[in-house]
Write a protein that binds this ligand. Structure first.
Ligand SMILES: [Ca+2]
Ligand SMILES: [Ca+2]
Ligand SMILES: [Ca+2]
Ligand SMILES: [Ca+2]
Length: 425
């Protein structure tokens, strides 16, 4: 072969290798922690579509599995468990904010006796979003479980502070990107029990961009902090579509503390008008701050025995609420069953239909609008009873001659109702 042709042929071969290195599916053939055919090798190779056939068994790892490429990654498992052996490492880290799709895998940082207060631990899945990321960071999990991690079960982190805190009040900057999380058949159990404020699924979104959260047929139980926490700051909305969720027994990390003067973890204790109280957490918690609204629907879901509110939605800055809650059961929650709190400029529009709220240790449902704006609440065919305070409490703060808010309440069962600057239609 003439040398020029030879060079061309080898160039074509190189090009073929270069393009298939990214395009070809990587089939994992070994359940070893590392080495040829392992999941770790697959992630390092830059493969974007990794399958783990059912001939490969559970995978025990001694260190975090890291994907440091930027191309969207898909991992298709067949029910294998990635086990951290209680070492407290994050199990899967997407370090450059690549889109992630995982199906058919379990993540479990098993530790003898579970993770206890102040012991730390890692995340199940952590997607770390660089400050330069643009567009949409998409995280999609189907038939995935995460259990027994000391820190968050799943964490999407678009914030430049190590500890981002809640909402815009917690501060921090983030990338221009939005975050989309889609969950189907996801079970999060007994995570977040090794450190303060560690949630089942946690999204921290700062800077421009919104949070788009879709979940169905998924459960979030026995989490140390919130079952789900979505924190959106700066420009952008929180848009939710949630169906068939179970959020039970979450928020108990601090509950083991008996001596509030000398707590095992000082971050657990807060001063509430001169009285020391424990900071306990919710079933489903959304904090939206800065310009933007909370929009969407929650249906066919159960929120029970959470140690703070069952459903806790807070909006501040410009923007409001446009929320529908249907066929939701909230019982045995230690604070309100359902709480919606709108502050600053913006309206609160909420529609509750066939909602059952019982045995809340505070109000059944508390819905409040503050600052400029109006309140428009519709409650149909619902029941709220046996709650420690009001069954329905709907209040509006009137400013600058705001008209009163309106409540349409039909075909519902309750014992007491507290309205403030709200007219019942
Ligand atoms: Ca962002
Ligand atoms: Ca934002
Ligand atoms: Ca807002
Ligand atoms: Ca308002």
């Amino acid at each position: 072969m003439p040398s020029t042709l030879k060079a061309l042929a080898s160039a074509i071969t190189l090009m073929a290798v270069a393009s298939t290195a990214h395009a070809a599916p990587f089939r994992v053939t070994s359940n070893a922690d590392s080495g040829a055919g392992s999941l770790r090798a697959a992630l390092a190779s830059g493969a974007t579509h990794i399958t783990i056939p059912d001939t490969v068994g559970d995978i025990s790892i001694s260190d975090t599995l890291v994907y440091e490429h930027t191309d969207a990654l898909t991992i298709v498992g067949n029910g294998q468990t990635i086990s951290g052996g209680g070492a407290g490492n994050t199990l899967l880290l997407i370090s450059q904010g690549a889109d992630l799709s995982v199906s058919g895998l379990n993540f479990d940082d098993m530790r003898e006796g579970g993770w206890q207060i102040m012991q730390g631990g890692g995340n199940g899945i952590l997607v770390d979003v660089p400050i330069t990321r643009e567009g949409m960071v998409s995280v999609s999990l189907a038939n995935v479980s995460v259990s027994h991690t000391g820190d968050h079960g799943v964490h999407v982190f678009d914030c430049d502070l190590a500890d981002c805190g809640a909402g815009g009040g917690g501060g921090g900057n983030g990338s221009p990107a939005s975050v989309s999380v889609t969950l189907s058949g996801v079970n999060i159990d007994s995570v977040g029990t090794g450190q303060f404020d560690a949630d089942g699924v946690r999204v921290d979104e700062r800077g421009e961009g919104s949070i788009y959260f879709q979940a169905q047929n998924s459960s979030f139980v026995n989490v140390g902090a919130d079952g789900i926490e979505l924190d959106e700051g700066d420009e952008g909305d929180v848009q939710i579509a949630a169906q068939w969720l179970t959020l039970r027994g979450n928020g108990h990390y601090c509950a083991v503390i008996e001596d509030l003067e000398n707590p095992e973890d000082p971050t657990c204790v807060e001063d509430d008008d001169g009285e020391l109280v424990l900071d306990l957490d919710d079933g489903f918690d959304i904090d939206e701050a800065g310009p933007g609204s909370i929009v969407g629907q929650i249906g066919n879901s159960t929120l029970s025995f959470n140690l703070d509110e069952g459903l806790d939605l807070d909006e501040e800055g410009p923007g409001g609420f446009d929320i529908s809650v249907q066929r939701v059961r909230a019982f045995g929650n230690y604070d309100e069953g359902v709480k919606m709190s709108e502050a600053d400029e913006g309206d609160l529009v909420a529609y509750l239909r066939r909602v059952v709220i019982v045995d809340s240790n505070d109000d059944g449902a508390q819905i409040e609008e503050e600052g400029a704006g109006s309140l428009d609440v519709t409650i149909l065919g619902s029941l709220s009873a046996e709650n420690a305070k009001e069954d329905f409490k709907v209040t509006q703060e009137t400013v600058d001659g705001d008209a009163n808010g309106t409540l349409e309440l039909r075909n519902s069962i309750f014992d007491n109702l507290d309205l403030e600057n709200v007219v019942q239609l």
